[in-house]
Design a binder for this molecule. Structure first.
Ligand code: NDP
Length: 244
């Protein structure tokens, strides 16, 4: 990849699932990926694998619910590379449950990771992207950001909000590209923690039936990045052919 087209791409939640697949895809496309998540052992293994394959990758510990952590993630990349071309706000959690179960701590966690985390990411890159009058923010929402389902009420609320924030930000920042990527059921570890066990199991069965590989979402992210600077991909919705 000629250095003119190689971008510095930050990916949150890159220790597994869609974030990891995105890291692999973008690194293979020749970009320099900066990977963040809480589980640094997984990030280290991925960076080792990518660099041994001749790609450019580095990682840093990141908790998107901690504003200082998000700022340090971005400022570290800025110090090392002088710019951040793309931020992929991908980190997310989905503990499903009925409202009446009152799993209020899990509601808070979803708001903290899925919404506040995205806002902290935006806040961390806007000054530098605004100054350079260039940049690209990609927010991972969901088909659950288009349609609410029982047990996914708060999850869907965070994803509706991510789409609203993205659409508003896009209109306010004519120099900065803003893209939403909304996956349908995708085979990852998203159902592995929290929530109502029976509901998480039900989604796992649906995932086995119609879920797609996380590489499909990675390619959609790569497509948005690959467009010329004056072309904004507003939203890409990607789901399994057999998903309703
Ligand atoms: P995974 O559970 O496989 O991956 C989630 C990633 O988010 C992990 O790398 C995890 O890393 C990271 N993460 C969670 N909490 C934090 C935190 N506080 N700070 C930093 N990173 C965090 O799920 P997916 O890959 O499926 O999820 C990625 C995104 O895709 C999410 O936004 C999800 O809502 C969305 N999505 C997924 C769908 C699916 O069917 N899989 C469908 C629609 C949308 P660590 O634990 O190491 O911090």
């Amino acid at each position: 990849t000629p250095s003119a087209t190689r971008k510095i791409v930050l990916v949150t939640g890159a220790s597994g699932g869609i974030g990891e697949a995105t890291a692999r895809h973008l690194a293979a496309e020749g970009h320099h990926v900066v990977l963040g998540a809480r589980r640094t052992d997984r990030l280290d293994a991925l960076v080792t694998e990518l660099t041994e394959a001749g790609h450019r990758a580095e990682s840093a510990q990141l908790d998107v619910t901690d504003r200082a952590s998000v700022e340090a993630f971005v400022s570290g990349a800025l110090e090392r590379h002088g710019r951040v071309d793309v931020l992929v706000n991908n980190a997310g959690i989905m503990p499903l449950s009925f409202m009446e179960e009152l799993r209020v701590d899990e509601w808070d966690q979803m708001i903290d990771v899925n919404l506040r985390g995205v806002l902290y990411g935006i806040a961390a890159v806007l000054p530098t992207m605004g100054e350079r009058r260039s940049g690209h923010i990609i927010n991972v929402a969901s088909t659950g950001g288009h349609r609410v389902d029982p047990t996914g009420v708060v999850y869907c609320a965070t994803k509706f909000a991510v789409r609203a924030v993205s659409d508003g930000l896009r209109q306010e920042t004519p120099d900065i590209r803003v893209t939403v990527v909304s996956p349908g059921l995708t085979k990852t570890e998203l159902t592995h923690s929290g929530g109502n066990a029976a509901q998480q199991d039900a989604v796992r069965s649906a995932l086995d039936a119609v879920g797609i590989d996380s590489s499909a979402i990675a390619r959609a992210i790569g497509y948005a990045i690959a467009q010329p600077d004056d072309v904004n991909v507003n939203e890409v919705v990607v789901q399994g052919t057999a998903q309703l």
